[in-house]
Design a binder for this molecule. Structure first.
Ligand code: C2E
Ligand code: CA
Ligand code: CA
Ligand code: CA
Length: 283
């Protein structure tokens, strides 16, 4: 009976190994990455820009570049559908290079036409650990004749935990070029509280999962309050993402949060729409 049981277990294990659904999922993944590579070549990847404003003055602080896949038949594909999968392969290196170059090119175009905003770019864990990442940024800034202070890199907490020493070194090299480093999605994922004071960062971006629940949810209020105080005590600016209404904006003002970003101010916009928005907002 025992032998029969072992055979049964092995059979079920084999059935898992050859499960056609899993095989299909893998094939689908490979084909998605293939299509993504093709999309990059065909110019189907584009950046949209979402403004960030200073809460007390209302002044425009900058814009975040957010990637979009403009698929010819499937329409606009949001980054959650392809970035996580690209991050599991070397394709994310190519995508980040595209995003950086496109954002820096846009910066240079906007600077020349009097649109004085800094641009932030989302960086994946892998990118920072990749040798030559800082050199790539330097090369692109030089190519477009821009100084680093107009560029901000948004890094998630989790990515800082992988190789702390190396990451701190790379970040220090970047900040020597006056590039601004911010912690994205603060309060989610792994906590890097232990390293926060060692990192050459200047902005804490508090995750929208807390922001959206203000001001009714007392837990979210405590976390938001604490995050703003923590940021200020560390000499950092605090920014809230996902600000969807006036009530939240006002509440953030009373907490002393420095900046806000969200649909209340504007959705992520394609470059020409961003320029339109900028003209109306600033003018
Ligand atoms: P994230 O960096 O946390 O970006 C914020 C997300 O919230 C964006 O979604 C933005 O469109 C959305 N958002 C902004 N304001 C509001 C609001 O008021 N309400 C709501 N409900 N949502 C708001 P998006 O553009 O779909 O991007 C999702 C995530 O994909 C980003 O999260 C980021 O982690 C990743 N991502 C986007 N672009 C890039 C990129 O170029 N490179 C990498 N590595 N990741 C990217
Ligand atoms: Ca971000
Ligand atoms: Ca977020
Ligand atoms: Ca995120």
């Amino acid at each position: 009976a025992e032998a029969a049981l072992i055979v049964a277990k092995q059979t079920s294990r084999n059935m898992v190994a050859y499960n056609p659904a899993i095989k299909m999922a893998t094939e689908e993944n490979i084909s998605l990455l293939g299509q993504l590579k093709h999309a990059l070549k065909m110019g189907q990847l584009a950046l949209h820009y979402q403004p960030k404003v200073e809460i007390d003055t209302g002044k425009i602080y900058g814009a975040e570049a957010l990637i979009r896949w403009e698929h010819p038949s499937r329409g606009m594909i949001p980054p959650v559908k392809f970035i996580p999968r690209a991050e599991q392969s070397t394709l994310i290196d190519v995508i980040t290079e595209f995003v950086l170059e496109e954002a820096i090119r846009q910066l240079s175009v906007w600077q020349k036409s009097g649109i004085d905003v800094s641009i932030s770019v989302n960086i994946s864990t892998r990118n920072l650990l990749q040798p030559g990442f800082t050199d790539l940024v330097v090369r692109l800034l030089n190519q477009y004749d821009l100084s680093g202070e107009l560029l901000e890199l948004e890094i998630t907490e989790g990515s800082l935990m992988v190789d702390v020493e190396h990451t701190i070194d790379e970040l220090k090299r970047l900040t020597r070029l006056n590039i601004v480093i911010s912690i994205d999605d603060f309060g989610t994922g792994y906590s890097s509280l232990q390293y926060l004071h060692q990192l050459p960062i200047s902005v804490l971006k508090i995750d929208q999962s807390f922001v959206r629940r203000l001001p009714e949810d007392q837990g979210a209020v405590y976390i938001m309050e604490a995050a703003v105080v923590l940021a200020h005590n560390l000499g950092l600016k605090a920014i809230a993402e996902g600000v969807e209404n006036k009530q939240i904006y006002q509440f953030l003002a009373t907490l002393g949060c420095d900046m806000a970003q969200g649909y209340l101010i504007a959705k992520p916009l394609p470059p020409e729409k961003f320029v339109e928005w900028y003209g109306q907002y600033a003018g």
